[in-house]
Design a protein around this ligand. Structure first.
Ligand code: ADP
Ligand code: MG
Length: 291
């Protein structure tokens, strides 16, 4: 592929809203979220507890419907998809890796049989299942462990088998909600490498929620959700790829309507709230506290 060809968006969320109604109470979990993710891109979603990360993942998973806005995954508009098509979508287009290690695998099946199971449900023949399960597990560095049962694998190895299970039917996208939440730091990195390997090898888009502090080093992009919107994005500087903290660049995101969220520390430092002065100075925008 030529570098000038724009990569295709697999995920396209525009002005997405999710409002939960519970008795008398309404909670706005997503308020005008914009997010695009391209084919084969591996992104991390970070943010404080309650900021809307799981809500976003559940919507992308087809487990929950947005209240308003636009959410396209591939060719599908998840806002208007029928219940029946949503079931098909969940079965074929998305794979999941859950935080709870034991929820991802069946204990009485070997690693290979766990990976083969979704393919059997999908109607693939036995030889094809065996081959693809072996290929996936090998991509994830588990080629020598295909006959082991989950209890004979470490937590990190089990999560990598879970990634293979999620990939079994070759979905467009894999969603992982805190897949390393139960793992130690070192093992977490192995899982990130596993997700990176499938994104690169199979051109699968990966959206992962995580609290891992140094995650930017292992993904293409980190997006931060604050109060139901995307506020900042962290990417590696291309020339510094893989070489430490100062290789990271943080951006504040401005949406199509000109909205942005100022970093909290700056808000406090400059006491910005309510009315402020905004003016341009050459190619700069200056936001000033007015006393
Ligand atoms: P995160 O995953 O970032 O911690 P969530 O997406 O789970 O955040 O939640 C975002 C907000 O929506 C929170 O205020 C949460 O309490 C609320 N919320 C999430 N799910 C529901 C639900 N099913 N009913 C009502 N409120 C919910
Ligand atoms: Mg959550």
């Amino acid at each position: 592929m030529s570098t000038s060809t724009p990569r295709q968006n697999v995920v396209d969320c525009q002005d997405l809203f999710k409002i939960y109604k519970r008795a008398e109470l309404e909670v706005v979990a997503l308020r005008g979220l914009d997010l695009q993710v391209t084919a084969g891109e591996f992104i991390a979603v970070v943010g404080a507890s309650g900021s809307g990360k799981t809500t976003l993942l559940n919507i992308l998973a087809g487990l929950d419907r947005p209240s308003a806005g636009r959410v396209m995954v591939g060719e599908r508009d998840l806002l208007t998809l029928t219940e029946k098509d949503l079931v098909t979508y969940r079965r074929w287009e998305v794979g999941f890796v859950w935080q709870t290690v034991s929820r991802n695998l069946l204990p009485y099946l070997t690693a290979r049989d766990n990976v083969a199971l979704p393919m059997a449900i999908g109607g693939k023949d036995e030889g094809g299942r065996h081959q693809r399960a072996t290929d996936l597990l090998t991509t994830l560095g588990l080629g020598s462990m295909t006959e082991r049962y989950p209890s004979q694998l470490s937590g990190g190895e089990q999560q990598r088998v879970a990634i293979a299970v999620a990939l079994a039917n070759n979905p467009l996208m894999v969603l992982a909600d805190e897949p390393t939440g139960e793992l130690d730091t070192h093992t977490a990195v192995e899982v990130f490498h596993g997700l990176r390997a499938v994104a690169e090898t199979y051109n699968t888009t990966v959206v992962m929620v995580t609290h891992y502090p140094g995650v930017a080093r292992y993904v293409d992009r980190v997006v931060q959700i604050r109060d139901g919107r995307l506020s900042t994005e962290v990417v590696m500087r291309p020339t510094f790829r893989g070489s430490g903290e100062n290789a990271l660049e943080e951006y504040v995101l401005v949406d199509a309507a000109g909205r942005l969220q100022l970093p909290e520390d700056m808000l406090e430092q400059l006491q910005l709230q309510g009315r402020v002065k905004v003016e341009t100075q050459g190619d700069r925008l200056v936001i000033r506290h007015v006393g």
